[in-house]
Ligand binder design. Structure first.
Ligand SMILES: Cc1cc2nc3c(=O)[nH]c(=O)nc-3n(C[C@H](O)[C@H](O)[C@H](O)COP(=O)(O)O)c2cc1C
Length: 169
């Protein structure tokens, strides 16, 4: 399959939007990431795919801790800012007072749908990207926040309409 055909297919894959962040002020770095998922429950682990050319990548490896902050529909500008689209870099991406810190120091977005504090336990290099595997130390959430998704180049969200499919037991 050509890279173009692959890209076209993957555009249709709906993805939640997160900010992966690491470091203490004034040395915080962070980036917008959709390639994130939970990996296992015992112990609680997550994985994200980070482009090795991203500024945040080396900082995650150096700090050995990072956070995952799942964005809400109120965070579209933040998603663009942390994707480098506002020409703001490094610690300047973090505007007070929306950011606090986890105990390990990683930035925590106060209004996120959910935030996880993670300890980096493994890195797996694969072509341009690296799978960063984290063990989850703690987390917080706002169950009223509406999640932000990205699909086919558009910002979209979930609908809370239940699909009326009978549950088979
Ligand atoms: C919706 C969206 C999802 C993204 N997902 C990822 C991702 O999963 N992994 C990745 O390495 N970059 C991803 N990016 C690109 C990075 O956010 C972008 O390259 C960022 O500028 C890198 O940070 P830097 O400018 O500090 O190097 C995504 C961008 C957007 C807009």
């Amino acid at each position: 399959m050509t890279p173009q055909a692959f890209r076209q297919l993957m555009r249709l894959h709906p993805a939640a939007v997160n900010i992966i962040a690491t470091g203490h002020a004034p040395h915080r770095t962070g980036m917008t990431v959709s390639a994130f998922m939970s990996l296992g429950v015992e112990p609680p682990t997550v994985v994200c795919a980070i482009n090795r050319s991203a500024f945040t990548y080396a900082h995650m490896a150096d700090n050995q801790v990072f956070s995952v902050n799942t964005l809400s529909v109120a965070h579209i500008e933040l998603a663009k800012r942390f994707a480098g689209q506002a020409q703001v870099f490094g610690d300047e991406r973090f505007e007070a007072p929306q950011w606090a810190n986890f105990d390990s120091g990683s930035p925590c977005l106060r209004s996120a749908v959910m935030s996880l504090e993670c300890r980096l336990i493994r890195q797996i290099q694969e072509s341009t990207h690296c799978l960063m595997i984290g063990e989850v130390i703690s987390g917080r959430y706002d169950d009223m926040a509406q999640p932000l998704l990205y699909r086919d180049g558009q910002w979209v969200t979930t609908s809370d309409d239940l699909l009326m499919v009978p549950i088979e037991r």
